[in-house]
Design a protein around this ligand. Structure first.
Ligand code: GRF
Length: 199
């Protein structure tokens, strides 16, 4: 069994990242949270990592205005911390193609809906849940998928459903789906660590 070395990219709260870190700490997930990078210097995600003594870096177009420097900085950080698997966890920027190529097929993301529905450009945050409610879906849920150069189109690794309730608001649905995200992301990573999912 290979212990995964995880590199996180997160822009805001980082609750999915925290769920993964917690699963590593409890032994449910055979992985090491190696490093986190955020484009947002004030993100809770960076704070969470620092609180856990996980190296955390602010890397953005502000710190690295030249796109080439930006992608090189990201790759350098990931290599320095021996990352073998990348977890996007609420990362609001497109990962540079050079990073995707370097970690070919080992970049995961979580999406707060049942892909391939309700994915693609503009489908983030509450927009996703508003669209689900407007479409009068009876079910939503979360999807863990591989990242390809097209938004939300990479191979689906796992999905889990949550009911949509008659009086749901985008916020209440988001909260229900987020609980599922916190289960399904660490579980999927553990399946990768165990070799039950081959990426
Ligand atoms: C989650 O809903 C995730 O599906 C999406 O961004 C949100 C991040 O939440 N990609 P958090 O930062 O992990 O709390």
């Amino acid at each position: 069994m290979n212990k995964l070395r995880l590199g996180f990219f997160a822009s805001h709260g980082g609750s999915n990242m925290q769920a993964i870190i917690d699963a590593c700490k409890s032994g449910e997930l055979f992985a090491e949270p190696a490093v986190c990078a955020s484009n947002n210097s004030k993100s809770r995600a960076l704070e969470r990592c620092r609180a856990e003594s996980i190296p955390a870096y602010h890397v953005s177009s502000k710190t690295h205005p030249d796109p080439k420097d930006y992608e090189n900085a990201l790759i350098e950080i990931l290599e320095r911390h021996f990352v073998d698997t990348i977890c996007l966890a609420g990362f609001m920027k497109k990962l540079p193609d050079a990073v995707l190529e370097r970690f070919n097929g080992r970049v995961l993301n979580i999406h707060p809906a049942l892909l391939p529905k309700f994915g693609g450009k503009g489908m983030y945050g509450l927009n996703v849940h508003k669209a689900v409610l407007e479409a009068r879906e009876s079910r939503s849920g979360a999807t863990v998928h591989l990242v390809s150069s097209e938004y939300d189109r990479g191979k689906i690794l796992a999905r889990r459903e949550a009911p949509v309730l008659p009086d749901d608001t985008p916020e209440s649905l988001a909260a229900r789906v987020l609980e599922i995200e916190h289960e399904i992301y660490p579980e999927t990573l553990q399946k990768i660590a165990l070799g039950e999912i081959i990426i």
